[in-house]
Design a protein around this ligand. Structure first.
Ligand SMILES: NC(=O)C1=CN([C@@H]2O[C@H](COP(=O)(O)OP(=O)(O)OC[C@H]3O[C@@H](n4cnc5c(N)ncnc54)[C@H](OP(=O)(O)O)[C@@H]3O)[C@@H](O)[C@H]2O)C=CC1
Ligand SMILES: CC(C)=CCC[C@@H](C)[C@H]1CC[C@H]2C3=C(CC[C@]12C)[C@@]1(C)CCC(=O)C[C@@H]1CC3
Length: 356
């Protein structure tokens, strides 16, 4: 991680002691969590994972299987840990209100209480840039944009509450420091959402259409850059740093047309790029109608449409964010370019290639 470090970081060089290199990753079995665990290990951290499931084994990594709403289970996993990364969340696609409220709100309160009780000094939350997204254009959005008043789904609604809880818990007097990382559109090897959903849609012939004029710019962020942002934040988080209790956008700093990104991925995997344009308003209205119908008919039908209003909004509007604050305060610069990230991602999915 060769970076230009901010001046206040250089002015107080503190060697990262062995005890402060003991960390836990809540949600460490997931897509981002596992990449984070691997990089932390490379950087000499001793890592524990706390997750509701164990999806892999890694020599040197201790796994604690449990629900983050269970304080006792968390406490035993956080023993002797000084740094915690919280990147667990139910998948956005579930849209299960009760589950999001239980895990993202109640569970995060439990994480904060357990951290304080266990003597953890630093908590780094994986939030989301979508906490300010309401389904309409955001161009170069900065962190001072207000939280969405009408969040596009329960996932976003509870991510807002979660971020507020974590940032408000920052208390220099008590020696408990917090920071939130807001990534956007994470992609990379082993991602269970973006590429698999896209390929599934392509295989069902649903990737022929471009929603809108196809010029809307979006941030897609390679997973290693997101990991890099988390580790920088953890290492910069000290009582005298300006980052305490603040959110930081972490992006690839290369906004791309949503449909160019989709096309590059699809073509890379051997599928045709979308070609035919459909008006945004029409597709959004149809998605809304379909969503209403599935909601009304839910006692009779268990049908999950590919086109949801939320997905149409994500596919047809501008939503890209400035990561200037992270550059300034964390010395953040993306470590993998979009081109390289796309190439590595395409290569990592041989089983999703056309004809495989
Ligand atoms: N992927 C993206 O594009 C973006 C993600 N984020 C945020 O990044 C974080 C990581 O996302 P990602 O890696 O994609 O998600 P994943 O679903 O891959 O990882 C989340 C992990 O948390 C686990 N988990 C869920 N509920 C609990 C619980 N109650 N107790 C313990 N563990 C639990 C999940 O288990 P299980 O799979 O069994 O539910 C999973 O292993 C999330 O907070 C997400 O909101 C933010 C912006 C963009
Ligand atoms: C930048 C960002 C926040 C990305 C999030 C990723 C997902 C929301 C996308 C991954 C695959 C996308 C997709 C569609 C919408 C957005 C995604 C779910 C469509 C449903 C849009 C309409 C179509 O023509 C089919 C698309 C399938 C893939």
């Amino acid at each position: 991680l060769h970076q230009t470090v901010p001046f206040w970081f250089i002015s107080r060089p503190v060697s990262v002691s062995q005890s402060s290199k003991r960390c836990a990753v809540i949600g460490g079995s997931g897509f981002l969590g596992r990449h984070l665990v691997e990089k932390l290990q490379d950087r000499g951290y001793s890592v524990s994972v706390f997750d509701i499931r164990q999806s892999y084994e890694l020599p040197g990594v201790t796994f604690h299987q449990g629900d983050l709403c269970d304080e006792q289970a968390l406490l035993s996993a956080l023993k002797d840990v000084s740094l915690v990364f919280h990147c667990a969340s139910p998948a956005p696609a579930s849209n299960d209100r009760a589950l999001f409220e239980r895990v993202n709100i109640q569970g995060t309160k439990t994480v904060i209480e357990a951290c304080i009780q266990a003597g953890v000094q630093k908590l780094v939350l994986t939030s989301s840039a979508s906490v300010v997204f309401e389904g309409t254009d955001i161009k170069n959005g900065r962190e001072d944009l207000p939280y969405a008043k009408k969040p596009i789904d329960y996932y976003t609604q509870t991510k807002i509450q979660q971020e507020k809880l974590v940032l408000e818990a920052c208390d220099k007097q008590k020696g408990f420091l917090t920071v939130a990382i807001r990534p956007h559109g994470i992609f990379g090897p082993r991602d269970p959402q973006l590429v698999p959903i896209m390929v599934d849609a392509a295989r069902r012939g649903k990737m022929k259409f471009i929603i809108g004029d196809g010029t809307n710019l979006v941030d897609f962020t390679f997973v290693e850059n997101v990991v890099h942002g988390h580790i920088l934040a953890a290492e910069c988080l000290r009582p005298d740093s300006p980052i305490c209790g603040k959110p930081y956008h972490i992006t690839n700093d290369e906004p791309i047309r949503f449909w160019d990104f989709m096309s590059e991925m699809l073509v890379g995997l051997g599928y045709a790029a979308p070609r035919f344009h459909l008006p945004y308003g029409l597709v959004y209205s149809l998605a809304l109608l379909l969503w209403l119908l599935t909601w009304i008919l839910r006692p009779l039908l268990s049908f999950k449409p590919t086109f949801t209003p939320m997905r149409v909004a994500l596919a047809g509007t501008h939503h890209y964010y400035s990561c200037e604050r992270a550059k300034q305060d964390l010395g953040y610069r993306p470590v993998v370019s979009l081109k390289e990230g796309i190439a590595r991602t395409v290569q990592s999915y041989p089983h999703l290639r056309h004809g495989a």
